[in-house]
Design a protein around this ligand. Structure first.
Ligand code: SAM
Length: 194
């Protein structure tokens, strides 16, 4: 059982694009309650490992980060009560990784919705920008960045920025997303190191 229905969005995206490969290392931003991390750890193959096997990263790695308290999950490292917009959180992530690079940074982070479209859009784009910074610091060459956004005026500029760092950038709308919703994901693939 998944902790949230959001699991099915990641399943839908990965069934098509296949970036959650066995043994890969994944950073999951805005991971709480943990459904994406569940999907990721199942697909890369860490969900059945003992702690001794996990620490080596030999069988892959999932790091879940969220500003809320997150219940632990088998095969997943958790950094919680950690706001991604604070430098303290970035330090915790980078010190956990200690120079090792990852195959994918995935972000389902979203601000608490105010219902004011422009404000919600601006806030999620700020989170997306921070997620992109994390990706730039952590991704291996050819790595993948997946991130949630709400459509709006800042989207094209952000896509343009992504295109300078990745070979391909695509917009994805999930089947389960309501027609009237502006929610979308950007999938940026094949990270080029600057
Ligand atoms: N992908 C998750 C899952 O499948 O269980 C659901 C993620 S939920 C849609 C968005 C999450 O983003 C929330 O748990 C929220 O706490 C987190 N979030 C929002 N702003 C954040 C921030 N500044 N730093 C860290 N996490 C944040």
């Amino acid at each position: 059982d998944y902790r949230a229905r959001s699991a099915y969005k990641l399943i839908e995206i990965d069934n098509k694009y296949n970036f959650l490969k066995r043994k890969s290392a994944i950073v999951d931003l805005g991971a709480c309650p943990g459904a994406w991390s569940q999907v990721a750890s199942q697909r890369i193959g860490t969900s059945q490992l003992s702690n001794d096997e996990l620490v080596t990263w030999n069988h892959g790695m999932v790091l879940a980060v969220d500003k809320e308290v997150m219940r632990g999950l088998p095969g997943v490292f958790v950094i919680d009560r950690a706001d991604i917009t604070s430098s303290e959180t970035l330090k915790r992530i980078y010190s956990f990784l200690s120079q090792r690079k990852v195959d994918a940074v995935i972000s389902d982070m979203a601000p608490n919705a105010t219902g004011m479209h422009k404000l919600d859009h601006e806030r999620i784009m700020e989170l997306a920008n921070t997620a992109f910074q994390v990706a730039q610091n952590c991704l291996k060459t050819n790595g993948t960045f997946l991130c949630k956004i709400f459509q709006g005026s800042l989207l094209n500029g952000f896509k343009h920025e992504l295109k300078t760092s990745f070979e391909s950038v695509q917009e994805i709308r999930c089947q389960s997303t309501r027609k009237e919703s502006t929610e979308m994901y950007l999938l940026a693939q094949q990270y080029k190191e600057d």
